[in-house]
Ligand binder design. Sequence first.
Ligand code: ATP
Ligand code: MG
Length: 368
Amino acid sequence: MSLLEIRDLKTYYRADGGWVRATDGVSLSIDRGETVGLVGESGSGKTTLAKSIIRLFPDNAEIHGGSIDYDGTEITDLSDKELRRRIRWQEISMIPQNAMNGFDPVYTVGQQIVQVIRHHEEGVSKADARDRARDLFDELGIEPDRIDDYPHQFSGGMAQRAMIALALALGPSLVLADEPTTALDVVIQDRILETIKEKQAEIDSAMIMITHDMSVVSETCDRIAVVYGGRIVEIADARTIITNPRHPYTLGLRNAFPDISDDDQELISIPGTPPDLVDPGEGCRFAPRCPFAEEDCWEITPEPQEYEPGHFVECHRADEIDYLQSAAGEKSTWQDATTGDRDAVVDGGIVDTSGADATETEGGSADE
Ligand code: ATP
Ligand code: MG
C-alpha cells in the first residue's frame, strides 16, 4: 500500500472573482522512501498541492473535494488540532518556499526547533533537544551557536537551511520540499540537495520535491509529475519524463531548460500565459498555447491515459509520440503557435496534421 494516496483533490481559494481552482482534480500516490518531483510554471498549483496535504494554507483556501489517505488515515477528515498533534512535523513536514516566513519572528530559531522536538517526542529534555538542533545545524553547514539567533538575523539561505533542519528533526515519513534550494547560491545548492538526500535516506522518508529546475528533479527524483493549470498533465518515472515525454507541455518545458550535454541546444520558450484558474472552461487547459491543439482539445477535457506502466498523460494526441517529439523540437512549431486563438487552431491549423504521421513529418518543420 502507498504511504500517501491523493484522489481527485480539489483545493480552491476564495477570491473576488470567484474560486481560484489551484488544485483541480489531482490524483497522486507516493510510496515509502520514494521521491516524486513536481514541476511546472509559476502559478500552476505546485505549492497549493503540497500545502493541501498538511493543510498549511491561508484562511481563504478550502478543500472542495477528493481524499488524502496517509498511511490508512483519511487526513481530510482530521480536525486542525488532530492534524497538528498526529501528522504535522512528525509524520509529514514541509520545507516552505519562503523559509523566512516559516519561523515565528519573536522566538530564536533554536527555541522553535527545540519546541517542535519536545512537543512531538515525549521525555526529550531541553538540553537533548538543543543538542539535536545543534547537530542538525552543523550537518547543514550552519554554525551551531547560531541556534540562538532570531530569524531576522539569518540570511535567506541560512533560514532555508534552518527550515530544512526543522523539517527533518523528527524523522518524518514524508517531507514536502517546496523549492528547497531556490534561495541558495548555486555553489551550495548542490551541497544542500546532497545533504537533504542523505538525511532522507537515513530517516527513510518519502519526499515531494517541488522545483522549477528540471536538472534538480532529474537528479533527485524517482518519478516526476508535470503540473499545469492545477492538474497533473503527465506523470512517469524521471527518466521517461526527461527522455521520452508525451505531453506537449512537458515537451515545451524540456525545450526551455538547458541540457549541459548539448552544446548546440537552442532554448525555446512556450509562448502565451497560463490559464485563468477562476474560469478554466472546458477542454484541455493547455490548448490555447499548444501548437498541436485540434478541435477536440478545445471542447473535451482529456482524461489521464496510461501509456506505459505508471506513465499517465492527459492529452488527446499523446499516442502520436514520434510526431509530437520531433515537431516540438522545432522552434518554428512554437513560434507560429497562434496562442489563445481557437479559430486559427481549429480552422487553418497551426500545425498541418492532415494525414500526418510520425514518418511523414519526422525531422521536418511543422510550420507550413
Ligand atoms: P510558484 O512556482 O510561483 O511557486 P505554484 O505552482 O507553487 O507557483 P501556487 O502558489 O500553488 O502555484 O498557486 C496556484 C494558483 O493559486 C495561482 O493562480 C495563484 O495565484 C493562486 N493562489 C495562491 N495563493 C492564493 C491565495 N492565498 N489566494 C488566492 N489565490 C491564490
Ligand atoms: Mg510555489
